[in-house]
Design a protein around this ligand. Structure first.
Ligand SMILES: Nc1ncnc2c1ncn2[C@@H]1O[C@H](COP(=O)(O)OP(=O)(O)OP(=O)(O)O)[C@@H](O)[C@H]1O
Length: 300
């Protein structure tokens, strides 16, 4: 089914409470076909709860949610077959061997074959693609943490999902494995047109992988945009640094191009450097602003 141009995930006014304590307080969001969207936010902000509601794993208190055109609370097996999930920790099937598990899962998708869809991945090809070709015959409880994470990803991908949900996918991976993981996500999006909704605490990862970032604080979306656009939301989004007559100078500005032009016109400038606010700068400032009543300058 062609879902181009329609929202793969949409929610309006999503609310969720645990034991009377509000955790999600009116979330509106849309994730479009082929987009990679990262949910960011402090511990306890409600990221996992949000993705669990999208997966149909958790019932919401209120609001309208549609995932691939269906309310997740009413999703059947055919709907579930279109969604791949990589959870934070998944420790079942310890005695299974890697190839055996993936083969079983691939077979499980057969009844849900659909027109225009290439069907489940060949398990051996997929294992090679996630860098586990050599470990195909290994028992799962003998895998290293990083190998286990790659297998988790293969499990999420094996049904060639329309929507892939990743909850902190690279936690515990070394930098090389993390980079390989990011390349794999890009590859899956490019070749299969997969839509990805992920949570992460790794801001560099969000910057590398995500087209769009949603920052959740206190049960609300407080920033929504490309990593660069979110980084620009903070006061003084860039610093211009230079040296003149032997002295160092620094100036914060939202318009470094105009400022630099004026500076150069005035002459006698050395070691000119423009440093843009990072996503981490923006994250820290926006979270501080929304978690404390102290008014910081956050532009919208
Ligand atoms: N099953 C549950 N029962 C009661 N409270 C819960 C349950 N699951 C989550 N919570 C609470 O809901 C809030 C949001 O939790 P959630 O796991 O969604 O946040 P998160 O943003 O994913 O956090 P983290 O970054 O730490 O993974 C937290 O205060 C958490 O303690």
């Amino acid at each position: 089914m062609d879902i181009s141009g329609t929202a793969v995930v949409s929610m309006r006014g999503l609310r969720m409470a645990y034991g009377g304590r509000t955790v999600l307080d009116g979330i509106d969001l849309e994730v479009h076909h082929g987009e990679v969207v990262a949910l960011l936010g402090p511990n306890g902000a409600g990221k996992t709860t949000t993705v669990e509601i999208v997966e149909g794993f958790r019932r919401r208190a209120a609001g309208d949610v549609r995932v691939l055109g269906t309310d997740p609370e009413r999703g059947d097996d055919a709907w579930r077959a279109r969604i791949g999930v990589v959870l934070q920790s998944w420790r079942d099937h310890r005695r299974w061997r890697v190839r055996e598990l993936l083969g079983q899962l691939a077979d499980g998708y057969r009844p849900y074959a659909r027109v225009g869809h290439a069907g489940a991945h060949d398990p051996d090809e997929l294992l090679a693609r996630v860098g586990l070709g050599e470990a195909a015959g290994q028992r799962m409880d003998k895998l290293s943490g990083g190998q286990r994470r790659r297998l988790d990803l293969a499990v999420g991908l094996v049904g060639r999902p329309d929507l892939l949900i990743l909850d902190e996918p690279t936690a515990g991976l070394d930098p090389v494995a993390r980079r390989a993981f990011h390349e794999l996500v890009h590859d899956v999006v490019d070749t299969d047109g997969t839509t990805v909704l992920m949570t992460t605490h790794d801001l560099a990862e969000a910057e590398t992988v995500a087209d769009r970032i949603l920052l959740l604080v206190g049960g609300r979306v407080v920033a929504d945009g490309s990593p660069a656009a979110v980084a620009r939301q903070v006061a003084g989004a860039a610093e211009v640094r230079w040296r003149a007559h032997g002295e160092r100078h620094v100036h914060s500005t939202h318009d470094p191009v105009a400022f630099t032009r004026e500076l150069l016109a005035a002459g006698d400038v050395d070691d000119l450097e423009v440093v843009h606010a990072s996503l981490e700068d923006a994250y820290l400032e926006i979270v501080r602003h929304h978690e404390s009543p102290v008014a910081l300058e956050v532009t919208r």
